[in-house]
Design a protein around this ligand. Structure first.
Ligand code: FMN
Length: 179
């Protein structure tokens, strides 16, 4: 059965390591007949959540006028959500955290999703990715029936493109094929 797959690519580097892994995942998922969209967050205007609380009193509508409403609609409509981040100081980058915070107005509607996480880092230790992954899990633990289905470790990649030719690239493609 064809699934709606939404890939959220948070690196500020287009064609960076996590973004290349997203493309591999996308290739696999498309080849398997799924409907796939990648959103490169840097192309979108997503402001910080201000914690104003207005969304709690007005039926889940954020008062900010930026691109987050469109991204949230897509997250809610997706069957599968892929969250990809570069590792910055052993956690997710600010772009990804900003997106997560802005789901505040409608996160209860992000239900029954399969989640995949993609991380890219200079460090070659998988264990060192744990805090970043825990950050993602902190988010998915707040959602209804979120399932963690897979992780791609883009480790040992510092410069843009270092990930090319690595096992992680093949794994991302294979994982995408099996969504
Ligand atoms: C601000 C900043 C902080 C970083 N912190 C870490 C870190 O804590 N651990 C690590 O292994 N790599 C760190 N890196 C390296 C990146 O994770 C690495 O370059 C990665 O490939 C970036 O992914 P991208 O190409 O998808 O943007 C850092 C890079 C930057 C720019």
């Amino acid at each position: 059965m064809s699934k709606k797959v939404l890939i959220l690519s948070a690196s500020p580097r287009k064609g960076g390591n996590s973004d290349l892994l997203c493309d591999q995942f996308m290739l696999g998922a498309k080849e398997a007949g799924n409907q796939v969209e990648k959103i490169f967050l840097r192309d979108k205007k997503i402001n910080y959540c201000t914690g104003c609380g207005a969304c709690q009193g007005n039926g889940g509508k954020c008062v900010q006028k930026d691109d987050m409403a469109e991204v949230l609609d897509k997250m809610i409509a997706a069957d599968v959500i892929v969250m990809a981040t570069p590792v910055y100081f052993y956690t997710m980058n600010a772009q990804m955290k900003t997106l997560i915070d802005r789901t505040c107005s409608r996160y209860t509607e992000i239900r029954n999703k399969d989640f995949y996480f993609i991380v890219a880092a200079a460090d070659s230790s998988k264990k060192a990715m744990e805090r970043t992954l825990e950050g993602f899990r902190a988010f998915t633990s707040c959602l209804n029936r979120a399932k963690e289905k897979g992780i791609i470790y883009g480790t040992g990649a510092w410069n843009i493109g270092d990930i090319k030719g690595s096992k992680a690239m093949t794994q991302a493609y294979e994982m995408g094929k099996k969504v």
